[in-house]
Write a protein that binds this ligand. Structure first.
Ligand code: ACO
Length: 338
């Protein structure tokens, strides 16, 4: 019989890459029939970042990762698993973006793969990192949420082009025997019967690349915005209440509620349902828009770099996205203070 001490997954660091180019609401006014006032009122977004032609998903992911590895105080050779969440990979079929990121970081002979869970990607990664570490299979897992959403957006569709932006965030999740440093809980779920709420119809086996795909713009995001909005508020409110109740934690004891940054109205509705005050709820949607799998790590990085997030403080994460997928997590930040 083994008497090995149990190990726990611990959130050791955060890093992000934020593209320089800004696309403001005023810029969008000259591209589609919209106004800064409409976008601000309905979404809370004022501007979003757009990656340049030579900043691909793997470039952004690799830059965020190097910062995360350095901040964790380990070296690239200590990483024994690389997983990237993205729905805007460098290549839609192969190789995976995680393999390209590993190569850019000089991480070789280490398992690397991508996952597809749209905006829920980063919290899905936390569940995977937890499983790999707590089963004893891996010790230092590099997780990355990276998206170049501008590459799948139709900038003549006012229903989607106002929402999304580009960026990346990464984190090192490491094994610890100190239970207090470990994740408290991660919950991830999905319901494929809502698959048509958020779709990029091509490229894929249903619509391989063809003239029809180009002519009909099937390579761009299609979204049932209003239906997604209502389902998001309902699902997220239930999910965050469930994870808090299950772990017997009161929402007033959570210093940092870091929701997926899709729309300020969704964030506010869920925050209000939890009776959270303004200081608890992290909002970055006004400056980055919705960066899908990168949104939560970019938001964590923001409060880390501003000195608001300190070692040992509890984070509550929640997210939803195409699939439909949703997820929430309760975990302490165990990185070094900046
Ligand atoms: N500018 C001006 N008017 C607009 C715009 C725009 N950019 N977009 C839509 N409108 C119009 C519509 O045409 C409609 O006009 P009508 O009443 O004459 O028909 C009116 O505004 C209201 O449209 P709704 O779609 O009902 O507006 P709503 O309040 O729902 O806001 C929005 C739209 C912002 C898209 C909202 O539904 C939303 O944020 N939904 C959630 C989307 C989301 O989070 N998706 C990401 C999921 S994460 C992932 O996995 C990628």
């Amino acid at each position: 019989m083994s008497h090995a001490k149990p190990v726990y997954a611990s959130f050791r660091s955060i890093g992000a890459f934020i593209p320089e180019k800004i696309l403001s609401n005023n810029d969008l006014e000259s591209m589609v029939d919209t106004t800064d006032e409409w976008i601000t009122k309905r979404t809370g977004i004022k501007e979003r970042r757009i990656a340049s032609d030579d900043e691909n998903t793997s470039d952004m992911g690799a830059k965020a990762s190097q910062i995360a590895i350095d901040r964790a105080g380990i070296s690239n050779k200590d990483i024994d698993l690389v997983i990237c969440a993205t729905v805007t990979p460098d290549y839609f079929n192969m190789p995976s973006t995680a393999c390209i990121i590993s190569d850019k970081l000089g991480i070789r002979n280490v398992q690397a793969f991508d996952i597809s869970a749209a905006c829920s990607g980063f919290v899905y990664l936390l569940s995977l990192a937890k499983a790999f570490i707590e089963s004893g299979m891996k010790k230092n897992v590099l997780i990355i949420g990276a998206e170049k959403f501008s590459s799948i957006i139709d900038y003549t569709d006012r229903g989607t082009c106002i929402l999304f932006g580009d960026g990346a965030g990464a984190s090192v999740i490491s094994a610890t025997t100190n239970k207090d440093e470990g994740f408290v809980d991660v919950h991830a779920s999905a319901d494929g019967s809502y698959a048509d709420f958020l779709v990029t119809p091509a490229p894929g086996t249903i619509n391989p690349v063809s003239q029809k795909v180009i002519d009909e713009g099937l390579n761009f995001v299609q979204m049932k915005g209003n239906e997604t909005f209502k389902l998001a508020v309902k699902t997220l409110t239930k999910d965050v209440k469930d994870i808090l109740r299950k772990n017997e934690i009161d929402s007033k004891d959570i210093p940092h509620f870091i929701p997926h940054q899709a729309n300020y109205r969704i964030i506010k509705a869920v925050g209000d349902a939890l009776k959270m005050n303004k200081e608890q709820v992290v909002v970055t949607v006004e400056k980055y828009g919705n960066t899908s799998a990168a949104s939560i790590p970019m938001a964590i990085n923001d409060i880390y770099e501003s000195g608001r997030l300190k070692k040992g403080e509890m984070m509550l994460l929640d997210t939803f996205g195409g699939g439909l997928t949703w997820a929430s997590a309760l975990l302490p930040f165990e990185g070094n203070n900046i």
